[in-house]
Design a protein around this ligand. Structure first.
Ligand SMILES: [Zn+2]
Length: 461
C-alpha cells in the first residue's frame, strides 16, 4: 500500500512543495535506459546544445568563451563546438564563483547551494537548479532500481551525514530511508547501528564501502545472521575488490557500486549483470581525457563531465579529478547506456585512533576545513595531505603557497590533535610536491595502518 501512496500521492505533493521534479525525471530515464546507444547519443547531443546555448546566453564566463560562436553552429554541431572549449578545472570554478559562473536567469529560490569535498584539501562551492537536483536524485533512484529497489522499499544509508537539514529529514521519512552517521565510528557505535538495522529491516543497505566493510566485520565477529538486505549499494569512495567480496559474503547479498560526481553530471552505476558501470548519458556528457587533453588512447583517462541538467551554473567540460576506463563492450542486460570498466573516484582512508575509533577521511574536508583556522590555512597552502604513518603518528604534508603565520599553524595542529585524541603525535612536513599514487588520483587522507590491519585479520593480501 505505502509504495502506491508514495508514488501517486505523497511524492508528487512533496515534489511540488520542494520544487524537485524527481518522479518526472525518473519515469523518463527508466524508459530511456533501454533505448539503443545511438538514440541515447542523439538525446544527449540535443541536451548538450541546449546547455551550451543557455550558458552562452546567461553565464558571464561562457558569454566570453562562446560569444563569438554563432548560435546556429551550436545548434547544428554542438560536439565540434564542445571540442574547441577549454577544460574547466576546479580552480576556475572557485575563481569565478559565484558571479561569473552562475546563470543570470536563475534567482536564489530556483537553485540549491551546496559544496563538494576537495581531494587537495580545498572544498568547492557550487549550485544546482531545483530541476537539476530532481534529476540527480532520479538518477540515483534509477541506479537503485537496477539493484532491485522499488519506490517505498526501506533503505539504510551509512555515511558521513552530519548536516541533516529538516528538508532532508522529511525526504528520508517519505522515501523510508534512515541515515546513520559514521563520520567518527567505533565498535560501540556500530553495535547501536546493528540494532537499528535489525529493527528497521531494510531491503537496501547502502553507504561508503569502507564503513559497510567495518560493519560487516563486526556483524561477522558477533555471529549476527539476521541482517539480510536484498542488495548492498556502495558509493562515494573507491570500492576495493576485497571489500566487495567480504561484504557480499557476510550479508549474502550482491554489492552494486555507484559512481557519482554530483557537480559534473558524471554518474555511472552497476546493473544486475555486473559487467561494468553504465554511464548515465542523459545526465552528463563524459569524456576520458589524457594529460594533454586528448581522448585517452588506451581508454583510461581523467573523467571530464558536462552537467546537462543544471542550467543554473556553467559546468561544462569540467575536469572532475577522477579517472575512468572505457569498456568498449556492451552489457547483456540490454541497456543502451555504454559501460565503463572501472572508475577511480575518491579514495579515502579511515584513520584509526589509539582509543579504538575510526575517523573517516571526510572529517578532514567539509566542516573541518571550513573552520576559521583552516580557511586561513587554505590561503597559504596549495595542497595538503594527512597521512597516518603508524598507530601513533599522523603527518600533515603541506605544499606552501606563501609564508604562513606560526600561531595559525599551531592552532591547526592542536585542532587535529583534539580530533585524534590522546596518544597521537601530529607532525607537519613542508614538501615541494605531494606525489600522486599510481592511479593518478590525489588523496587527501591516507592511512597506512587500517588497510594492513584488516587485510591481515582477514587473511587477504
Ligand atoms: Zn547492464
Amino acid at each position: 500500500m505505502y509504495p502506491v501512496l508514495l508514488q501517486n500521492l505523497i511524492l508528487p505533493i512533496a515534489e511540488r512543495a520542494l520544487g524537485w521534479p524527481i518522479l518526472r525525471h525518473l519515469s523518463e530515464i527508466l524508459e530511456t535506459q533501454w533505448w539503443d546507444e545511438k538514440r541515447l547519443r542523439e538525446l544527449q547531443l540535443g541536451k548538450l546544445s541546449q546547455t551550451l546555448l543557455s550558458a552562452r546566453r546567461s553565464v558571464p564566463l561562457f558569454q566570453e568563451i562562446l560569444g563569438g560562436v554563432p548560435e546556429s553552429r551550436i545548434q547544428d554541431e554542438p560536439l565540434s563546438v564542445y571540442a574547441e572549449l577549454p577544460y574547466l578545472v576546479k580552480e576556475d570554478v572557485r575563481e569565478n564563483f559565484p558571479h561569473r559562473i552562475l546563470s543570470k536567469d536563475f534567482s536564489p529560490s530556483q537553485y540549491k547551494k551546496t559544496s563538494t569535498a576537495g581531494s587537495t584539501g580545498k572544498p568547492l562551492e557550487y549550485v544546482v537548479s531545483n530541476s537539476g537536483y530532481g534529476a540527480w536524485w532520479a538518477h540515483h533512484l534509477r541506479a537503485f532500481h537496477a539493484a532491485g529497489y522499488s519506490l517505498g522499499d526501506r533503505i539504510v544509508y551509512i555515511a558521513s551525514v552530519r548536516d541533516l537539514t529538516p528538508t532532508r529529514r522529511i525526504r528520508d521519512f517519505l522515501i523510508r530511508q534512515i541515515q546513520l552517521d559514521a563520520y567518527e565510528s567505533s565498535d560501540r557505535l556500530f553495535e547501536l547501528y546493528i540494532e537499528k538495522i535489525r529493527k528497521f529491516r531494510p531491503r537496501i543497505l547502502r553507504g561508503y564501502p569502507e564503513m559497510l566493510f567495518l560493519l560487516a566485520d563486526l556483524v561477522e565477529r558477533k555471529g549476527i545472521t539476521d541482517i539480510r538486505p536484498a542488495s548492498v549499494i556502495t558509493n562515494s569512495n573507491k570500492l576495493h575488490e576485497f571489500q566487495r567480496e567480504y561484504v557480499e559474503k557476510v550479508f549474502h547479498a550482491p554489492v552494486f557500486d555507484l559512481y557519482s560526481c554530483p557537480e559534473s553530471g558524471a554518474l555511472a552505476f552497476e546493473c544486475e549483470k555486473h559487467q561494468g558501470y553504465h554511464l548515465a548519458l542523459e545526465h552528463g556528457l563524459v569524456e576520458l581525457a589524457d594529460e594533454k587533453g586528448r581522448p585517452a588512447a588506451d581508454g583510461t583517462g581523467a573523467i571530464v563531465g558536462t552537467n546537462l541538467d543544471n542550467a543554473a551554473m556553467g559546468i561544462i567540460k569540467y575536469d572532475t579529478g577522477d579517472f575512468g576506463t572505457a569498456s568498449g563492450r556492451s552489457c547483456t542486460c540490454g541497456r543502451g547506456l555504454p559501460l565503463l570498466d572501472a572508475v577511480e573516484g575518491r579514495a579515502h582512508s579511515l584513520l584509526v585512533t589509539k582509543d579504538g575509533r575510526y575517523l573517516h577521511g571526510t572529517l578532514f574536508e567539509g566542516p573541518f576545513l571550513h573552520t576559521e583556522t583552516f580557511k586561513e590555512l587554505g590561503q597559504w597552502v596549495d595542497h595538503i595531505q594527512f597521512v597516518q604513518e603508524s598507530e601513533d603518528l599522523l603527518v600533515i604534508k603541506m605544499v606552501r603557497e606563501r609564508d604562513m603565520n606560526e600561531s595559525g599553524l599551531n592552532d591547526a595542529v592542536e585542532q587535529v590533535k583534539k580530533i585524534l585524541g590522546p596518544g597521537m603525535t601530529v607532525e607537519i612536513q613542508f614538501v615541494e610536491k605531494i606525489d600522486k599514487p599510481p592511479s593518478g588520483k590525489r588523496q587527501l587522507v591516507v592511512s597506512k595502518v587500517l588497510p594492513e590491519r584488516m587485510k591481515d585479520r582477514l587473511g587477504l593480501k
